[in-house]
Design a binder for this molecule. Structure first.
Ligand SMILES: [Zn+2]
Length: 479
């Protein structure tokens, strides 16, 4: 039995080049595959954008009641990893592990939820080899000098995602081929791409029917989609730089083999630009997520990313990030006006005006998000709601509590925590506060003000801190 969800979501589908109604393949299940990081270096704001955007999309779909299965892979075998590991004088597996942990730490700090499955390429080597064997059997791939290539001419739909035809691609490829003479001798056509690459016996690789080697990058995603989610999924997402060749080649591999669409909807997010150039490691203009988190909270970074529609480019400057801070402090104040954890159940205490505000807010927020996940409008609605809450009179306390909880509920859909830092005192600060009180108690005793000294001691005992007087001064312990 399948249950449908009635929401008029529209998404921009790169495959068709237009906005379409979002109708999952099967009831309320939504299978999403997002290409994940190649773990050879620290993640930067460009990576953060990609992860924050698709994290927000999956949060919103779950909020509406969809059963989302979200898969994001880790590319842990790649020439970039191998080369970086060589420079560092360590094994590629160790380098990949180091940056996988760093990526997880960054995602956790940005409140990006863990995916439901997070396969690593090296866990799927045998499935990838089987995938290639099946493509060879069907006449879509051929072995050449220990490599295996996908025969692009055998797949008539090649170029449909990136909107290029084979002729145009061949013209584009010709120049590159002259520069790579030996490679062209192995390929039937310059546009054919590697499914499997031979490697020297000393190099990282796995045994295969074609000798020692390793998989081409595109192959891992096709294989992991097949084995974790099935032949056809609802949404395949990634940064717009992946449209060609990566996603085009995923389509060629999977659709040639299965003769079914790989994904119903292809969604791509835009870049972060610095002075209109793409932020990228190769350009040396990137800020790592760690750098940014030293100066800005996760909420600040998420709002900075989400206040632009995901398909548009974002221009990065320190000023534009700093500008988010001011608005965020309003949101935090408004979201912390009701006791934390209190739901918004006191509906009866809310005036008809307040009920109207709530109803309108819910409708507007969902309308914005249903329109190809327009988080830019969703965030401006959060600001409007916070202004409304902060302008309420003191006597409207029930209404303030209610709308404050509403603000928190929807902020969480965008992955915003809106934590009031004044309410979070870390261990180090707590210790300093107790020491400070004990100093004051000591001064009171010195001044023979025993009443104050006793009051301090009793107040500390009341909150579970016992004070022991010793010849060398007061000691304390908690609990
Ligand atoms: Zn991929």
């Amino acid at each position: 039995m399948t249950e449908q969800i009635e929401h008029k979501i529209q998404v921009f589908n790169t495959l068709t080049g237009k906005k379409e109604d979002f109708v999952p393949l099967s009831g309320k299940t939504v299978k999403i595959y997002a290409c994940g990081p190649t773990v050879y270096d620290s993640s930067h704001l460009g990576h953060a954008r990609k992860e924050i955007v698709w994290d927000t999309v999956q949060r919103y779909l779950r909020f509406l009641g969809y059963d989302v299965i979200y898969v994001r892979n880790i590319t842990d075998v790649d020439d970039k990893i191998i080369n970086r590991a060589k420079e560092r004088g360590i094994g590629p597996d160790r380098l990949a592990r180091e940056y996988t942990y760093a990526f997880w730490r960054d995602m956790d700090a940005l409140n990006v939820a863990s995916p439901d499955f997070e396969p690593r390429a090296t866990e799927f080597i045998s499935q990838m080899i089987a995938f290639v064997q099946d493509l060879i059997k069907k006449g879509h791939a051929y072995e050449s000098g220990g490599d295996v290539y996908f025969d692009v001419a055998s797949f008539k739909d090649y170029g449909k995602l990136g909107k290029q035809n084979l002729e145009q691609l061949l013209v584009g490829a010709r120049d590159q081929v002259i520069a790579q003479e030996t490679l062209s001798q192995l390929k039937k056509s310059p546009v054919d791409f590697a499914l499997w690459k031979s490697a020297g016996t000393e190099e990282l690789g796995w045994p295969s029917p074609w000798g020692h080697g390793r998989p081409g990058w595109h192959l891992e995603c096709s294989t992991m989609v097949k084995h974790i989610l099935g032949d056809t999924i609802d949404i395949h997402s990634g940064g717009e730089d992946l449209v060609f060749p990566h996603h085009e080649n995923e389509i060629a591999q999977s659709e040639a083999l299965h003769e079914k669409p790989l994904a119903k909807y292809w969604l791509h997010n835009g870049f972060i630009q610095v002075s209109s150039e793409k932020m990228a490691k190769s350009l040396g203009n990137f800020k790592t997520i760690q750098d940014l988190l030293e100066q800005y909270s996760a909420d600040t970074i998420r709002i900075f990313v989400l206040q632009t529609h995901y398909r548009n480019p974002i221009d990065f400057s320190p000023e534009s990030l700093a500008a988010v801070k001011a608005g965020l402090s309003r949101l935090i104040r408004a979201a912390n006006l009701s006791p934390a954890g209190e739901g918004n159940g006191n509906h009866s205490a809310v005036s008809p005006d307040g009920q109207k505000v709530e109803k309108q807010f819910r409708a507007d927020f969902e309308q914005a998000m249903n329109n190809d996940f327009n988080t830019a409008i969703a965030i401006s609605l959060l600001y409007q709601l916070s202004d409304h809450i902060l302008a309420l009179k003191d006597k409207q306390v029930q209404e303030r509590h209610h709308l404050s909880a509403l603000l928190r509920e929807y902020a969480a859909v965008l992955g915003l925590k809106l934590t009031d830092r004044r309410k979070v005192v870390d261990t180090e600060t707590s210790e300093k506060l107790v020491e400070l009180l004990l100093d004051m108690r000591q001064k009171a005793k010195t001044n023979k003000d025993f009443a104050t000294a006793d009051t301090i001691r009793k107040s500390l005992t009341d909150i579970g801190i016992s004070v022991m007087d010793t010849p060398s001064g007061a000691n304390w312990e908690a609990g």
